[in-house]
Design a protein around this ligand. Structure first.
Ligand code: ZN
Length: 95
């Protein structure tokens, strides 16, 4: 079981959204402030297709079904820990 919420994607080895070819996508340089700000967030990056000239933004991370399982696991864990701490505090300092 992988305890991860965000999974890294590899746009360099994935399909071009425009022409559908694999392995033609390369990272592209930011040309304006908007594109620079996207790079700055580190969540997405600019890419360009060598084959068809497509240029756009692709996410660097994605969520899948394991993300929800992990999230649920963390919530249950947090609630359980909070409950235990509360019990301990009540036992020592309560009434
Ligand atoms: Zn392409």
């Amino acid at each position: 079981m992988q305890l991860r919420i965000f999974f890294k994607t590899y746009p360099e080895t994935s399909r071009c959204p425009s022409c559908g070819k694999i392995g033609t996508i390369r990272r592209s340089r930011a040309k304006n402030l908007f594109e620079s700000s996207i790079k700055f967030t580190r969540v997405a990056n600019l890419f360009k297709c060598r084959e068809c000239g497509w240029r756009g933004i692709l996410k660097k991370y994605m969520v899948n079904k394991y993300s929800f399982i992990t999230l649920a696991f963390y919530i249950i864990l947090t609630v359980s820990v909070a409950y235990v701490i509360r019990q301990v505090l009540l036992k020592n300092f309560g009434s």
